[in-house]
Design a protein around this ligand. Structure first.
Ligand code: PEP
Ligand code: MN
Length: 264
């Protein structure tokens, strides 16, 4: 079902007035994690003013260590839904377990499956039973074929609203956090009809590389970007402050992107 042979036309996922996979470039911006009502409200205001369409933020965080901040949970979903509504933005948040799919879908417009859960087949099957759009991140050691098979689990369950996200893979290079595989963008678009989103934040792990790699991803044909931005990145509650743009950098990136592709 994910294959271009089966479905020659591009899939366009329409959520309210935003079309993902069509002519419009869709930008999702926001913090790694929802931290407080004030934090997410202020960031939502900046995301909207910059011209992006979707607010990102994790309430459930998949952390490498069990003692690290794990996200604030359902309260974070509420805070983000409220900020999204107030500022007229769609919202995207990560869901990690099948049990939390329904509650996350109640609060968010798009559900994110993180790189570590790309082959959490019970989660994928559960996501197949609803219609909420899913942004499926590529496993950091997965091939395109494994990635498309993971998407297939969701599609096979009856949810056609899947977008693929290239977020970088593990290579021998250690300067960057991951290696953003930009060939994945056109390759996945030729193998599949699903929209392809790039994540230059996790794909590089370095703030100064986010702008050039965002532009490169758009030049490669990405249907959208998911970008971390924080008002106080040095004090963010996850380690991802180092890859988060400052608000002014996010606004500048949005202006530059408008030269490359229509935002609405
Ligand atoms: C995130 O988006 O904050 C995240 C944890 O992403 P990934 O699953 O790509 O590491
Ligand atoms: Mn993050």
């Amino acid at each position: 079902l994910a294959s271009r042979d089966f479905h020659p036309l591009d899939t366009v996922i329409k959520i309210k007035d935003v079309e993902i996979g069509g002519e419009q470039l869709v930008i999702m911006g926001g913090p790694c994690a929802v931290e407080s009502p004030q934090q997410i409200d202020e960031i939502a205001r900046i995301v909207k003013a910059a011209g992006a369409q979707v607010l990102r933020g994790g309430a459930f965080k998949p952390r490498t260590g069990p003692y690290s901040f794990q996200g604030i949970g359902v309260e974070g979903l509420e805070m983000m839904a409220e900020a999204g509504k107030k500022h007229g933005l769609l919202t995207i948040t990560e869901v990690m377990t099948p049990e939390y799919v329904d509650v996350c879908a109640e609060y968010a417009d798009i559900l994110q499956v993180g790189t570590r859960n790309m082959q959490n087949f019970d989660l994928l099957r559960k996501l197949g039973t609803i219609k909420t759009p899913v942004l499926l991140k590529r496993g950091f050691s997965s091939t395109y074929d494994e990635f498309l098979n993971a998407a297939e689990y969701i599609l096979a369950g009856g949810n056609p609203n899947v977008m693929l996200c290239e977020r970088g893979i593990r290579t021998f290079e250690s300067y960057t956090r991951n290696t953003l595989d930009l060939a994945a963008v056109p390759a996945l678009q030729s193998l599949s009809h699903l929209p392809v989103i790039a994540d230059p934040s996790h794909g590089t792990g370095r703030r100064e590389l986010v702008e050039p790699m965002s532009k490169a991803a758009v030049a490669a044909g990405a249907n959208g970007l998911i970008v971390e931005m924080h008002t106080d990145p040095d004090n963010s509650m996850t380690g991802d402050g180092v890859q988060s743009l400052f608000p002014q950098q996010f606004a500048k990136l949005m202006q530059d992107l408008e030269q490359l592709a229509p935002l609405c």
